[in-house]
Structure formats: structure tokens, C-alpha cells
Write a protein that binds this ligand. Structure first.
Ligand code: SIN
Ligand code: CO
Length: 373
């Protein structure tokens, strides 16, 4: 793979080997000539919508306050030290999506979203650490980042947001538009705006094993098959009626031990889980959908593109889209795999699609999961 200016002229492989999960990397002019993908007004509008996740953070005399969106009103821009955070901007803005996809040298299964913060002079979210890797890209104005490899990650109690108790910076950088700072998980940092500024966080997801385990058991509940019912034809008389009979316990333990799962179950679970839209994501199909026949004609000419909100993944013969999964044959896979990887398909690439695939594409079009190119 070639060297990327985005990674300070490292190849993605070098970045992964030397920095990813290991140590911070400051990249001056990762995106030369960087211009914000959304302006302040558009961002404030997004923050006022209930389908966009947002927060307003202020610090008045050392007292942190956090308000969850939708944010109907913001403090005046002349007021110092407030921050508005808008999550998932890539889901509603095509340029933000294009920016996020520059980071696809990390798999989609790990890429989370693009969060945009706007802060007035002195604004920030305080010294903290995140549980995830993050790229902090300066989009507009300046922000001073102080970072620390400290192991003491104890937090101030009773705060509405995570604030480190003993933050001791060991490095400091002033980021200007186009500059970017990569931080591994649990790396302490504090970014303070110098004048109005906008910072983009390219965030990653790493679900906890507990969260995965709970979701997996729910998934398994739908697929286990344990025929039969407990019976005790040889029931023995007991003079301790409250005690659970040993035979009952042993028999049921043996039956429950028949619950098995293999890698295929985990594959299907994980694909459905990772492609499931977030709770506040809604799809809207076309107001006047084409008939199937016209859709097929248009598709042949214009091709198709996945909607910004669609997450499409695959593994082996399993294809996952927005929380649904299905197994496909070799020919169908040859159409759907490039669609998942490129997120667009030209009309010509769809020429050999089977009826099953065409029908699926049409349903996705009707549901707003996919659009004509
Ligand atoms: C910010 O953009 O203000 C906060 C981003 C972060 O520290 O993770
Ligand atoms: Co952070």
C-alpha cells in the first residue's frame, strides 16, 4: 500500500505496526487546505434534531455541566468556553461520510463515526481519556492539545462527564486546520480551543466482551433447539419437600449442556450486531418509489449506492446489511461483495445479478437503504 499524507507519509501498514493501539502520532497537514465539511449553522441545525446525538458542555467557574441534545438553543458565540459535540455527522452529510471513509484502512467493523465539536475560546471537554482509538483532526481554528501517557486514570467523582483527577501533561501541540493527532485508547488528553474552533473526531468502536456476551445470548435464544420436557418417572420419595431434587438438577444441567455454538453462529451474530443501525437512525425510502421494472432499467444505467446510514458487511458466504443477514451463493456474492466494499456499483456490474439479488436491491431501495447512483 502506498504512503498516505493523511498518515504523515506512513503507509497504513506502517501506521498499524508502529502506532495503532501503541502510541500517539501528530501529523502536521494530514489534510492540506482543510476546509470544514459543515459550517456552524448547519452543525447547530443538526444538533437541534432528535435523530442526531448531540451534547452541550460548559465550564462555569470550574463547574462542568453537560446537556444532552436535541439542543434548541445554544449560548451566544461571543460567550467563552462552551463546546457543542455532534455525533454521527457522517450519517447525515455526504462530505462528512467521504472524510470518514478516508480511514477505511481500518475495517468498517471497527470504524464508528465522525463527531464534530465546535468550541468558543477556552472551550473543551476537560482532561480525560477515551476507551477507544481516536484521530483528532483540526478542521477550523486552533486547538491546543496537551496529552499524557500517565497511568493514573482516576476520575473526579460526581461530574457529569469524565474528568481526570490528576492530569499531568507531558506533551503539548497547537493544532491548526488540517493537522491531526492520533491517540491510542486510554491516553490522557485535554484540548482547549484558542478562539472559535472545530475539531473532528474519527472514532472507533470496540464493544466490551460483556456487551457482546449479553447480545450473543439473546441472539442464541432465537436459534437454540432443545426438544423434550423434564420428567421424573423414577421420582423417589423425599422428606424434604423444599429441596430441589438432585435428579432434576442433574438432568436439566445435562440438557442445557447441549446448547452449542460454533464459529458460524458467532459470524452471523457478529455481522448482525455490527451492522445494526444505532437506536436513533431512521431510514426514509423514496417518496415515490419506481416500480420494480423501472428500478431495474434505472439501475442498469445509473448503478446503485448504499445510503450514508447503511452498514454492509460480509464474511464468507454471509452478507449483513443493517442488522439483517443472509447466506448467498458464489454468483450473488460476486455482486454483493464489491457493493459492500466500494459502497457503489456501476450499472454494468449489476448485469449478471440474479433475480434474488435484484429483488433484494429493490427492497433496500424501497426501504431507503440504497439509492440509485
Ligand atoms: C473535542 O473535540 O472537544 C473532544 C474530543 C476528544 O477529546 O475526544
Ligand atoms: Co477524548
Amino acid at each position: 500500500m502506498k504512503k498516505l499524507p493523511l498518515l504523515g507519509d506512513l503507509t497504513p501498514a506502517q501506521f498499524l505496526r508502529d502506532y495503532w493501539h501503541k502510541k500517539p502520532l501528530l501529523i502536521r497537514q494530514a489534510i492540506p487546505g482543510m476546509k470544514p465539511v459543515v459550517g456552524f449553522d448547519a452543525l447547530a441545525k443538526m444538533a437541534s434534531e432528535n435523530f442526531v446525538e448531540s451534547r452541550l458542555i460548559t465550564n462555569l467557574d470550574g463547574q462542568w455541566q453537560m446537556q444532552h441534545g436535541p439542543l434548541a438553543e445554544l449560548p451566544p458565540r461571543t460567550q467563552a468556553a462552551w463546546t457543542m459535540l455532534v455525533q454521527g455527522v457522517n450519517l447525515v452529510d455526504a462530505s462528512a461520510d467521504a472524510l470518514l471513509r478516508q480511514f477505511r484502512f481500518i475495517p468498517d467493523a471497527r470504524l464508528d463515526d465522525l463527531m464534530i465539536s465546535f468550541a468558543t475560546d477556552g472551550g473543551g471537554v476537560g482532561p480525560h481519556f477515551d476507551s477507544y482509538d481516536v484521530f483528532l483532526l483540526q478542521a477550523q481554528g486552533k486547538r491546543r492539545w496537551r496529552i499524557s501517557a500517565q497511568k493514573d486514570l482516576s476520575l473526579v467523582e460526581g461530574m457529569p462527564l469524565k474528568i481526570l483527577q490528576n492530569f499531568q501533561a507531558d506533551e503539548e501541540y497547537l493544532l491548526e486546520p488540517g493537522d491531526m493527532l492520533y491517540l491510542p485508547p486510554h491516553y490522557a488528553h485535554d484540548g482547549v480551543a484558542e478562539g472559535d474552533c472545530m475539531t473532528y473526531s474519527i472514532g472507533f468502536r470496540s464493544p466490551s466482551y460483556q456487551e457482546l456476551g449479553e447480545a450473543f445470548l439473546q441472539f442464541m435464544a432465537d436459534s437454540i433447539d432443545l426438544p423434550g420436557r423434564y420428567a421424573d418417572p423414577a421420582l423417589e420419595l423425599s422428606n424434604k419437600p423444599a429441596e430441589i431434587p438432585r435428579h432434576m438438577l442433574a438432568t436439566i444441567a445435562e440438557e442445557l449442556n447441549k446448547v452449542r455454538f460454533d464459529e458460524e453462529d458467532v459470524t452471523i451474530f457478529l455481522g448482525e450486531y455490527l451492522s445494526e443501525p444505532k437506536h436513533n437512525v431512521y431510514f426514509t425510502g423514496p417518496a415515490k418509489p419506481l416500480t420494480m421494472g423501472r428500478f431495474i432499467d434505472s439501475m442498469a444505467k445509473r448503478g446503485v449506492a448504499l445510503s450514508l446510514k447503511t452498514q454492509m458487511l460480509y464474511r464468507g458466504k454471509h452478507v449483513f446489511i443493517n442488522g439483517e443477514s443472509f447466506a448467498v451463493g458464489r454468483a450473488d456474492k460476486a455482486v454483493l461483495e464489491p457493493l459492500a466494499n466500494q459502497r457503489v456499483l456501476e450499472g454494468a456490474a449489476l448485469a449478471g445479478a440474479s433475480d434474488d439479488v435484484v429483488e433484494a436491491l429493490y427492497t433496500w431501495y424501497q426501504d431507503g437503504w440504497l439509492e440509485l447512483g
